[in-house]
Design a protein around this ligand. Sequence first.
Ligand code: GDP
Length: 442
Amino acid sequence: MAFEGLTGRLQSVFSKLRGKGKVTEEDVNEALREVRLALLEADVNFKVVRDFINKVRERAIGQEVLKSFTPGMVVIDIVNKELTELMGGTHSKLARSTRPPTVIMMAGLQGAGKTTTSGKLARLLQKQNHKPLLVAADIYRPAAIKQLQILGEQIKVPVFSLGETNPVEIAAKAVEHAKENHLDYVIIDTAGRLHIDEELMDELKQIRDAVKPDEILLVVDAMTGQDAVNVAQSFNEQLELTGVVLTKLDGDTRGGAAISVKAVTGCPIKFAAMGEKIDALEPFHPERMASRILGMGDMLSLIEKAQASIDAEKAAELERKMRRAEFTLEDFQEQLEQIKKLGPLDQLLDMLPGIGKAKGLKDLKVDEKQMARTEAIIKSMTPEERRRPEIINASRRKRIAKGSGTTLQDVNRLLKQFEDMRKMMKQFSNMMSGSRGKALKK
Ligand code: GDP
């Protein structure tokens, strides 16, 4: 998981400090030496690390830390604030032109995730009730046009393509097309190369000059660490980027790119991509990323995600049923659906504070296969069986196992689990009504 090494090291530095009632200047220096090493190991640019440590030291030693009753906490707070600042301070929003369409030019090296990210961005905008247009201007990689068209079909966003003609012309005509069709965002997927070369930059400059984009977003692969930062710096010198999108933050990245891009290039990170799926793109919030890196969790993103995907009415209905112990297998399936909408479970766990540290939970592998199996089993039942599982006898069990492609044991296990859960709910609701009754009698 991303940042795991860095988070672990920082937490051990802080826990040493936290254990102390009083902290000396030497303790702070010792802790900062370790923070410095942890950052360097996470592939953060060394100049960025030096400046960062100096800032933290200045604030820590000059300030209340040495006098504080909770010196460890004060140091963590300072590191958290400085880390947030380093990554840009506050969330940098996507531009929105007062004269639509807003034109976004996507740039990046091959394989960074440019085409995928273009699709994800279109999806994100569409969810905010915008009408995006995707533009296939990467004419050198033949599969890129097709890839974009498939993505467009999947999310029902139009894709503008003129085949393998001149990309500058494609971009210009696409903007015209968007105007005529009242589409308010144009996302241009430009060509990438394996390395930065003059030809590529020239082409990008020509597209830029032809369509005057409101945003030039560079897509970089976070897994490549400092290389990502160097790429960003070169592109920025040539093109004057308005922002960076970091991809593959779901992978094993050590974190260096996320931490240094803004400090080195001056360009804010606007989005972070955390998976191959079309919904795996999030606006980048420096303060939340800092909390995540420090292992303090990212409750805000989690809550936002939940709010966006969970149907409040259904949740209330479910709660009511649970309280009355009327919960059926149909409800159980409904609940699974809601959980699925939130995205990969291990990513959700990552957002919870302290998970990185809690050993038991860290080893907990969320078994999505098991979830899929459970779902298949419930889907193979008749509505009557879902409402009244007690009617599921041996022959029905066999039929369900066959229909869902699982084994009889799988079906038995699920029914047993469900029965246990129902019993627990009943006990719980009896307890609740019992105590309420007592309270009333008083
Ligand atoms: P392009 O050459 O820059 O257009 O790159 P693509 O969009 O074709 O992406 C290259 C590969 O990276 C594809 O296999 C994508 O599925 C994958 N990819 C893109 N973004 C992410 C991400 O955030 N996480 C992961 N794990 N894979 C990604």
